[in-house]
Design a protein around this ligand. Sequence first.
Ligand code: F63
Length: 427
Amino acid sequence: MFPPSSSIIFAAGLTGLAVAAPSSPFHKMGSFSIPQVRNAGYVRHGPTALARAYMKFGAAMPDSLFQILADFKISKRDTGSAAATPEQYDIQYLTPVSLGTPPQILNLDFDSGSSDLWVFSSETPASQVKGQAQYNPSKSSTSKEVSGATWDISYGDGSSSSGNVYTDVVNVGNATFAGQAVETAQQVSSSFTSDTNNDGLLGLAFSTINTVQPEQQKTFFDNIRDDLDSPVWTADLKHNEPGTYNFGFIDDSLYTGKIAYTDVDSSDGFWMITLDSYSVGSSTSNLSSRAFHHRPSTFPSPSDSASTPLTGIADTGTTLALLPDSVCTEYYSQVSSAANSQTAGGYVFDCDATLPDFTYTVGSTTITIPGEYINYAPVDTTGEQCFGGIQSDADIGFSIFGDIALKAAFVVFEDDGSSPRLGFAQK
Ligand SMILES: CNCc1ccc(Oc2cccnc2)o1
C-alpha cells in the first residue's frame, strides 16, 4: 500500500508535505486529450455569425446588420474548463496545460498562492529531471525568448526553482492566451525532482508577486481576464478524485445553496480573506446553543470560536490547512490519541481515530470539512500514526487555507482588476 519511499517530511516554517507519490496512470499515459466542453459562455446569435462571415471574406457589412450588432452586447467568447486530478493523498492537484505550437502538454499544479507559470524544460539539467514532461521552446514555432529575463522562486515547503523566460501560446481547457510568459526551469530543488508527475506550476495569485526580472510578467488569469465572459475562475477540488478548474464562468451544477462572497485583501499579492467564524466538531461553541447550557460562573466558557474570525490566504498550492496554534489546540483536544510530535513535525494521532469535523463560515454560508478529510496520511509504513490535515501556521501572521479546507467547498476567485472577491458555496 505504501511505496517504500513513502514517508512524511514536514518542512519547518511554512509547510508543504512531500510524500513520495507513486506515478499515477494519469501522467504515464504520455498523451492527453482535454475533453471538449461546450463553451457555456457562448451565446448563439445569427447576426453575429453572419457578420463574422462578412468579415471573414472582407465583404461590406450592410448598415441594417451593423445596427443589429450594435444593439446586441456581443458576449466575450472565452471560457475554459479542465480537470484537476489529485496526486496520492491529495498532496496537489495537476491539470493538463497546452504550451506552444504544435501543442506540448504538461501537467501543472495550479497554485493560487504564487504567480509564476514555470515548467520543467529542455533547459532543466537531466540530473534534476525524473520523469517529468519538459517544455522545449525550440520545438515551438510560436515561442519567443524574453531577452535578459530571469526568475527565481521559493515556496512555503522549502522547495525552489529558477531559470529563463519565453512567451508562447498557452491553452487551459479552451481558454487561450498567445503571449503568456512561460518560465523555463534551469534549476529545480530536490523535492520538485522527486515530485515525478508535477511538470511545473501555474500561478493564480496576483501578478504583483510574479518573480520575473527585470520586467515582471502577468499570470495566465490576468492575461485572459478581458477575454473571459466573466472575470472569474473557480476551483472545485475533490477528496481523492478529480475535480475541475473553470475559467470565465460559474457552473451552477457544481454547488448547492448560495455563493457567499467576501472581500479579498490582495496587498500582499495573495487571495487574503477573513472567514467569519469556525467551529470544531459538534462542540457547543455555537453562541445560540450556549444559552441552553447553564454554566456555573467558574466554568471556563469554550473559546467562542463561533464568532472568532480566521484571516488567511486561499492557497490551492498548499496541501494542508495551516491554522493558528490556538485553533490546532482546540481541534486536537477533541482527539484523545493526538499529540504534537517533534519527530513527525506536527500533530499526529492513531490512524483509526474518529476525527471531529471542522466548520468555517463566510457570511451566511457554512462549509464543513468532514473529519475524515483531516486524517491526512500515514506517518510511515506501519500505518499506526497518521498526520493531521490541520497543522500550525507557525505564527507566520496569517493562516493558509490549503486544499484540506478548499476541497470541502466550491470556490469562486473573482477579480475584475480592481476589487477582488472570494466566493464560497457548499457542494
Ligand atoms: C512537494 N514539494 C514540491 C512542490 C510541489 C508544489 C510546490 O509548490 C508549493 C509548495 C507549497 C506551497 N505552495 C506551493 O512545491
